[in-house]
Design a protein around this ligand. Structure first.
Ligand SMILES: [Fe+2]
Length: 163
């Protein structure tokens, strides 16, 4: 997919998750595909450094990134995670709790990282040939690789609870 298409998926999801009521199954699917579209987009941006950066894409992503991440985290923590905490939830209760705590901790790290990344994208949108392209590429890769791991693990963990 092109950068524009991935950005479009991210923007649509940011709008979709800016609501108080979201169907768990529908939201679960949408959140997965939008997070993976974000990862693909960040990988495309990393690949385009230093000579081929799309400044408009970087600028638009600067606006969307943090609200997008925060809204999806809110949906997951307020709508999906409680589904693992009912009396009839399958599996060992303590292990389920520990997993949810770990996922929440990863969310917190991602939100902090997203703020740094927003700054980096803003710089990139103003100056598409950065002084230290390796550091910037490394930062982007660190984010989307961790995010892909989180999404894969979280999907696996939540799938049995989402109907
Ligand atoms: Fe998550």
């Amino acid at each position: 997919m092109q950068q524009e298409e991935n950005l479009e998926i991210v923007c649509r999801a940011a709008a979709y998750f800016n609501t108080t009521r979201t169907d768990p199954a529908e939201g679960f699917k949408r959140a997965r595909s939008a997070l993976l579209a974000l990862c693909d987009l960040l990988e495309q941006i990393a690949d385009s450094i230093p000579g081929n950066v799309d400044r408009v894409i970087c600028s638009e992503l600067t606006q969307e990134l943090t609200p997008f991440i925060c809204r999806i985290h809110r949906f997951e923590e307020e709508t999906l995670y409680p589904l693992t905490r009912t009396e009839t939830s399958p599996g060992d209760k303590e292990r389920r709790e520990a997993t949810i705590e770990r996922l929440k901790h990863e969310h917190l790290e991602d939100r902090c990282f997203a703020e740094e990344l927003t700054e980096a994208l803003r710089e990139l949108s103003m100056k598409p040939t950065p002084q230290n392209p390796d550091a910037l590429g490394y930062m982007l890769r660190g984010f989307f690789e961790a995010m892909r791991r989180h999404v894969a693990f979280e999907s696996e963990h939540l799938r049995p609870f989402v109907h």
